[in-house]
Design a protein around this ligand. Sequence first.
Ligand code: SAM
Length: 259
Amino acid sequence: MKLSQRLNTICEWIPGGSRLADIGSDHALLPTYAVQEGRAVFAVAGEVNRGPYNAASKQVAEAGLKNKIDVRLGDGLAAIQPGEVDVITIAGMGGALIVRILTEGKVKLAGVKRLILQPNVGEDLVRRWLLEEGWLLTAERMLEEDGKIYEVLVGDRAESAEQAQELNNRLYADTQIGEPPITLGREQLLEFGPFLVQEASSVFHEKWIGEIAKLERVAGSMGRSDSEDARGKKEALERHIQFLKEVLACLPKDKPSSN
Ligand code: SAM
């Protein structure tokens, strides 16, 4: 079975022998591959919609894996019981939806050791959720496939609340990057990704050049306004755009991506 580079990257981070839940599984490609590769010994493919649920059931039956992959209809983590799995993957949705699923299903996270999350947008929301909920962001990867740029984030459960606080304080402490050096604080590291900004791959540059262009269009469409509030918002956006440009300018540009 050939998997997209995006799903393959997620799969690589599933420790061998895991009990896996893939939420929003669509055709259940990820759990099928994970079981075939021995990364998962058992998997739940969770789906909220009937169409993808049927497609997942068909895929699992055709792969002969009905005894190892349970396809379940349910909203988010309603598809699993507490203590049933040790790894959860949620991919191909917006960051806000991923955060909603994790927040509403918090009780189901009991026993879960790793979350592998691939938001299509709103990656900062997911990093913030991990931080605020005492999870450790342990790895990030940015990759480009079929003209789209994706970020995969790995969150591991800390041994204790104290450990989470200590390691997260270190991860999100003021960090100097680039030449001439710029200091990034917690908010900026949440936005860029603390590992991704250090790596500063060519895909990273491409993503942020695209984001700057989008924000410039937004600023352009804000036009001139007599309202102090609107002027303040536009100026804040322009300052942010300027900051993003300064960050990109100080980072090395010719690093290949780790794709
Ligand atoms: N995870 C697959 C991937 O990355 O290729 C499929 C991504 S697909 C774009 C998003 C899937 O999430 C859809 O099949 C959709 O039905 C499902 N979905 C959306 N909201 C969900 C929720 N609250 N609970 C479970 N599944 C959900």
